[in-house]
Ligand binder design. Structure first.
Ligand code: ADP
Length: 429
């Protein structure tokens, strides 16, 4: 039963292995709590009786294994219960992964292969529930005391940080159903665009950098190596998107590939990976609860995510407006520009754009409303291989006075000297 714009407090009784699917209204938040029984939101258990407050537009499901009563207070776009879910198959995957983690932990930690826990990659089209399944597997693992690494390669709708980035972070506790992942110190690389076609080669280079950095970290940390990783990917699975998937599988040495809701992709992957006996390709059913988002909704979600970085989920952060001289900022873009001068090429050959060429950017009004990354690089030639400290947002450019006004999470000096710009924009609303 779908109920639009209901505002009263109401109770919902859930039978075992069923879920309450909710889309919070677009204007006001929704309060929800567990009254009886046990229930979880995407793998994270609800505390009994404590009200949780979900922001407008939030979409989620409260699932129960053994039955529960839920109370809601506020407006929803829709809320309904469903007793057909793929949760049993998802938790079965978790059980298999858990077994592999235990085996990795028991094995001699000096053997890099047997002491390596599962490296799971979740693939499928957009809106197949990839992020949600990744979150569930991570939260279930964290609940059992593992600290798996979450790798997010989705530059369109990032779970770990703002769009346009790839990132990784250890998950030490079940993911908070409202707050998401704490943003303290993720490992982030800035791609700068929300679609990989903007520079697919750069995307590959950054994926490789991230995987190398993680490999180094795993080498010195038996605990996180045994816990393994869960890798979330983009919904782009055709053409170059498919090529990038194969690249990611290879770069991270993924050995469990979970394919959501796409027969064709699954058989293609099984076929190309048939010579790798240690790689399992598993097809999983997509949940009927996954909400499809059109391009406009997706764009909005990106914008909220950037807003959240500067202002917090509930406007609880106060970013600082800073002013800098043109001469104090060193801004670079990656890619574009010819690789070699035409004179150096054979007659008739066109200079190819070098995807990872670093180009120094002159400050002008084109930078207005762009989101820039602050690199940890000490020298310009380290920019591509360096991860980033955070982001700034350009709010004004005064050509006459040669001053740039920008928003940063805090006042004071930037955590790095070099800035990277792509095509990531934001219109503060
Ligand atoms: P993908 O990562 O494949 O693009 P997501 O996992 O982000 O897809 O899911 C799309 C949206 O659907 C998200 O807002 C998510 O919270 C929501 N969603 C996923 N599963 C359910 C469910 N069972 N019930 C209600 N909403 C869901």
């Amino acid at each position: 039963s779908t109920s639009a714009t209901t505002t009263t407090t109401r109770q919902v009784k859930l039978d075992k292995e069923s879920e309450l699917r909710v889309e919070v209204g677009i204007e006001t938040p929704l309060r929800l709590r567990l009254l009886t029984g046990n229930a979880e939101i995407f793998g994270t258990e609800l505390p009994p009786e404590i009200w949780l407050c979900f922001p407008p537009r939030h979409k989620f499901a409260v699932f129960t294994w053994y039955g529960a009563t839920i109370e809601m207070d506020g407006t929803t776009e829709t809320d309904y219960t469903a007793d057909e879910t793929p949760m049993v198959s998802y938790v079965n995957v978790h059980a298999v992964l858990d077994g592999r983690r235990n085996r990795a932990k028991m094995s001699s930690t000096t053997d890099p292969n047997t002491s390596q826990g599962p490296r799971v990659i979740v693939v499928g089209p957009t809106d197949s529930g990839k992020s949600t399944l990744s979150a569930m597997l991570l939260s279930w693992a964290a609940k059992q005391g593992w600290k798996p690494t979450f790798v997010d390669l989705d530059i369109g709708q990032g779970f770990i940080t703002i769009p346009g980035c790839i990132a990784a972070t250890p998950i030490e506790m079940p993911i908070d159903p409202v707050e998401g992942i704490p943003l303290d110190m993720p490992l982030v690389y800035f791609f700068g665009h929300t679609t990989p076609s903007a520079n697919a080669d750069l995307y590959k280079v950054l994926v490789k950098e991230l995987s190398r950095t993680l490999e180094r970290q795993f080498a010195g940390n038996a605990e996180s190596r045994a816990a393994g990783m869960v890798i979330n990917t983009m919904g782009w699975i055709e053409g170059v998107g498919y090529e990038l998937l194969l690249h990611a599988i290879d770069a991270f040495n993924a050995n469990v590939i979970l394919v959501l809701g796409q027969e064709k992709l699954c058989s293609m992957l099984k076929d190309v990976l048939k010579n790798k006996p240690n790689v399992d390709v598993v097809k999983l059913q997509k949940s009927g609860g996954v909400v499809s988002r059109n391009a406009k909704v997706r764009q909005k979600a990106r914008s909220y995510r950037i807003r959240e970085y500067f202002y917090g989920l509930t406007n609880d952060l106060s970013p600082h407006s800073n002013i800098a001289n043109f001469s104090d900022l060193f801004i670079y873009k990656i890619g574009g520009g010819p690789q070699a001068p035409r004179s150096a090429l054979p007659i008739g050959a066109e200079p190819a754009a070098d995807p990872t060429r670093l180009v120094s950017v002159n400050i002008n009004r084109d930078l207005l409303h762009l989101v820039l990354a602050v690199s940890f690089a000490k020298e310009p030639d380290q920019i591509i291989s360096s991860n980033i400290a955070g982001f700034i947002y350009i709010t004004d450019i005064d050509i006459q006075r040669k001053k740039v006004t920008y928003l940063a999470p805090s006042a004071g000096e930037l955590p790095g000297k070099f800035l990277i710009v792509g095509s990531l924009t934001w219109l503060e609303t």
